[in-house]
Design a protein around this ligand. Structure first.
Ligand code: BGC
Length: 407
């Protein structure tokens, strides 16, 4: 039996733009209007169906749920906050509490209000102050209903897709990036990016500003609500190597660039760290990997390596996302079981993991890839908005009920 500690959080995650529907006032909606990414439209109508969706999460045994606040709803105009949007998120939090589901709130998950994006977004030198003002407002308004806040989701993915690959807003592509492929960027719309050498330098600036923004938000929140847990959600790619010393060097450099640089900038301003794990790649690897629907290596057990990498920062950790796209649900149960086994192993080796949130509770808008990729424990029929629970969700439920894996 692979047992987890009492009170370990089990659940799933979503993000505002990917599930809510009806969001028109952000950079992704604008990009969709311009034909640069697929339209998101009503998405899963989670904005009005959240109660029923949380009933399903409850039925599946979940004790925690991660979701994000849509910045463009809360601050639709610079410096003007919308009480109606806040009232909505208070109802969402209350609905979770009523079901005894512990909320984990991400303050910002990729999408930017138009006013901010159109004025340079995170390229701006005053972006950290603008972000910190928004983050502090959110915690001030919602902090009595939620104990765990993450400032931002996956800064490295946001930066690299926006300024290196140019496949996400603001579509700036570093010309040399044709050589590498990073995560869920999508291919269809890439050709419309502005190519050049300058995006590389802008990318460095953006990455620095994101770290500054996280740190400023951390301080602003702590000033008002010192007890609130504030974390960063970090996407970790595990770069590994075979025996070859040259490959080992390549892996060390890649890990340093993707994970260490950013973590070093924020490590003194975070109470805990959320891990988003999807990727394992080995330099000098001749194996033929089984692939997920995203064409990513099927390597759930290597969540172990990602957790051990973050354990170095000696903070409580939680799996804020991990999962796979699997349209016919043929591999999801195995994947979930193995990623939980990998998490358990990391805990035996000292990683202080407090929870596991599968990505995602339901199918949703997979960014530049639209609605085709299906990550959900719950399947969505986008024509009828009908929900159906996939068989793998019950395998996860059994693990939750045993608080571990029965062998
Ligand atoms: C993101 C999610 C995304 C998932 C699957 C993560 O990079 O936080 O928004 O849907 O991966 O690609």
């Amino acid at each position: 039996m692979k047992n987890f500690p009492d009170g370990f959080y089990w659940g799933a995650a979503t993000a505002s733009y990917q599930v809510e529907g009806g969001i028109e006032n952000n950079d992704w909606a604008q990009a969709a209007q311009a034909g640069r990414v697929p339209p998101c439209g009503p998405a899963c109508e989670h904005n009005s169906r959240y109660e029923a969706d949380f009933d399903l999460a409850k039925e599946l045994g979940h004790t925690a749920h991660r979701f994000s606040i849509e910045w463009s709803r809360v601050e639709p105009t610079e410096g003007v906050f919308d009480p109606v949007a806040i009232a909505h998120y208070r109802r969402v939090l209350t609905a979770l509490k009523a079901r005894n589901i512990e909320p984990f709130v991400t303050i910002w998950h990729f999408t930017l209000p138009l006013w901010f994006a159109e004025n340079g977004g995170f390229e701006r030198s005053d972006a950290p102050e603008i972000f910190a003002r928004y983050a502090a407002f959110v915690v001030e308004e919602l902090g009595d209903l939620c104990a765990h806040f993450s400032t931002m989701n996956e800064p490295n993915v946001f930066g690299s897709n926006g300024w290196l690959r140019g496949s996400w807003p603001p579509f700036k592509r570093f010309a040399v990036t044709d050589l590498v492929s990073i995560t869920n960027s999508g291919k269809t719309y890439e050709s419309q990016a502005d190519r050049g050498l300058r995006p590389l330098f802008t990318y460095f600036r953006v990455m620095k500003n994101l770290a500054r923004a996280h740190n400023a938000a951390y301080e602003a929140i702590k000033k008002r609500a010192p007890q609130t847990e504030v974390s960063i959600v970090k996407h970790v790619i595990v770069f590994a190597a075979n025996w070859n010393p040259f490959n080992k060097l390549k892996a060390a450099v890649a890990n340093y660039i993707w994970t260490t640089i950013f973590m070093n900038r924020v490590k003194n301003h975070t109470d805990s760290i959320g891990l988003n794990y999807y990727f394992y790649t080995q330099f000098g690897d001749n194996r033929t990997w089984k692939k997920t629907d995203m064409d990513w290596n099927f390597a759930p057990e290597h969540i172990y390596d990602a957790l051990m990498r973050l354990a170095k920062y000696q903070k409580p950790l939680f799996v804020s996302e991990a999962g796979l796209a699997d349209h016919d649900d043929s591999d999801r149960a195995e994947y979930i079981t193995k990623q939980i086994a990998g998490t358990w192993r990391a805990m035996q080796d000292g990683a202080d993991v407090r929870g596991h949130l599968y990505w995602s509770l339901m199918d949703n808008y997979e960014w530049a890839l639209g609605f085709e990729k299906q990550f959900g424990l719950i399947k969505i029929n986008y024509q009828t908005q009908e929900r159906s629970i996939r068989p793998s969700a019950y395998v996860y439920k059994e693990i939750i009920e045993h608080n571990g894996i029965v062998e």
